[in-house]
Write a protein that binds this ligand. Structure first.
Ligand code: GDP
Ligand code: MN
Length: 390
């Protein structure tokens, strides 16, 4: 799960990590009030969306006085912000953060992330922090240092020294960086983060170290341990179909193709996506109803798939083990009747009571196409979608 910058900063504050004073606002009036309460100028008005690159898209505005705050706030709050990370459709801005302006001497980059390949919590750090870090990573990767921390060992002084020397920090700033790293690491583990990124980590003109921007992502499977983080969920920022799927306990990921894909079990989902691609088509999603799916879950799954306007054909590929094929077929038929299917649906099933299941599909009078096997199913659905496009 991702959360907003202002929420990440609340968490950072609770771990005693220095962040600028700031208040979240949803209207220009409350933004103005918030700015007044900060007691210093300039202030920074920042669009709160679950995507980075806001500075490049015009989502970060410096305001020198009250009039400028009002103008920045009303501009941002009526804006669909397009950044290098939002895609061309952009994101509607519903919340802004009004923050005390900081006078920046240097912008560093500091990030902790779960590194699966190393089985470690890896620290990434760079002197070249700020808005161009993606370009730095692409063109001069040697400017980014990586320090892998064995999670069983935890963060040790030598890890911190590697980061401090790598960043070229001296004396007091080096000490501040070590203290900061320890707090960030503590928070990362305590909150089950997958990513905790501070960019920029500013060194101010008075020599202090402040987290000017902050981004956190959490392991969904650990969120049950963190009710205080779970309340940060902002469903406005999540794809509506993914949010609906999550409510029903379905594993659903939206992809870019046009063949909807309902499968029971993640391994079967992978294999099904492979075979759709092999047949020359592209999956529109990954939807796993789970090994113990019920007819009701099949119905919810089908509704979510058909709710995606990209979908031009559906492939249902189910192995009837715990869920028997006749129950599945009933579920599909009922769902298709209720929702109304407007695109071809190819069903491939195998397993317990498969003959009965096929008979139910055939007798339904609906446009449900039965496939003999997985290959046949993929070829059929691909041909239908491609035939339609010609
Ligand atoms: P991002 O573009 O989404 O990563 O948004 P950031 O919060 O990182 O802001 C982008 C840039 O705005 C930073 O790299 C800073 O250069 C600048 N910025 C943000 N806050 C302040 C501030 O308080 N003072 C000044 N002078 N610049 C700021
Ligand atoms: Mn940033």
């Amino acid at each position: 799960m991702k959360i907003h910058e202002f929420q990440t900063k609340e968490l950072l504050r609770s771990f005693d990590i220095p962040v600028p004073d700031g208040v979240m606002a949803t209207t220009p009036e409350t933004a103005l009030q918030a700015a007044g309460g900060l007691g210093s100028w300039p202030v920074v008005v920042k669009a709160q969306i679950h995507a980075g690159g806001r500075g490049k898209g015009g989502g970060i505005k410096l305001a020198a006085d009250a009039a400028a705050v009002r103008e920045a706030a009303s501009q941002l709050l009526s804006m669909t912000l397009v950044t290098p990370q939002t895609g061309p459709q952009g994101r509607k801005v519903n919340k802004i953060l009004v923050e005390a302006g900081v006078s920046i001497a240097r912008e560093l980059y500091l990030c902790l992330m779960v590194d699966r390949a190393q089985a470690a919590i890896t620290i990434l750090a760079s002197q070249a922090g700020g808005m161009d870090i993606e370009e730095v990573a692409a063109t001069t990767p040697e400017k980014i240092i990586r320090v892998a921390v064995n999670p069983l060992l935890g963060l040790q002084p030598f890890h911190c020294r590697q980061v401090v020397f790598g960043l070229g920090l001296e004396a007091d700033t080096g000490k501040a960086c070590t203290a900061l790293l320890n707090k960030l690491y503590t928070m990362f583990v305590a909150c089950d983060c997958e990513l905790l990124e501070i960019n920029p980590l500013a060194i101010t003109t008075s020599g202090a170290m402040v987290a000017l921007d902050a981004k956190a992502e959490f392991d969904d499977n650990a969120l049950f341990r963190h009710p205080h983080i779970l309340v940060y969920r902002d469903s406005d920022e999540e794809s509506p179909l993914e949010a609906e799927a999550a409510r029903f306990g379905l594993n659903y990921i939206n992809l870019s193709g046009n063949i909807g894909n309902m499968v029971n079990g993640a391994g079967l989902a992978m294999a099904t996506m492979d075979i759709i691609k092999q047949a020359g088509a592209e999956p529109a999603n990954f939807l796993d109803v789970g090994g113990g799916a019920s007819a009701e879950m099949v119905e919810n799954g089908l509704r979510i798939i058909l709710g995606d306007p990209k979908v031009r054909g559906v492939l249902i590929n189910i192995f009837g083990g715990i869920l028997r094929c006749d129950i599945l077929a009933e579920g599909v038929v009922q769902a298709a009747r209720k929702i109304g299917i407007t695109v071809p649906v190819v069903v491939r099933m195998e397993g317990t009571n498969v003959d009965e299941g096929r008979r139910i599909l055939a007798d339904s009078g609906l446009n449900l196409i039965t496939a003999a096997d997985l290959h046949d199913a993929a070829v059929k659905v691909a041909a239908m979608v491609q035939g339609e496009q010609q």
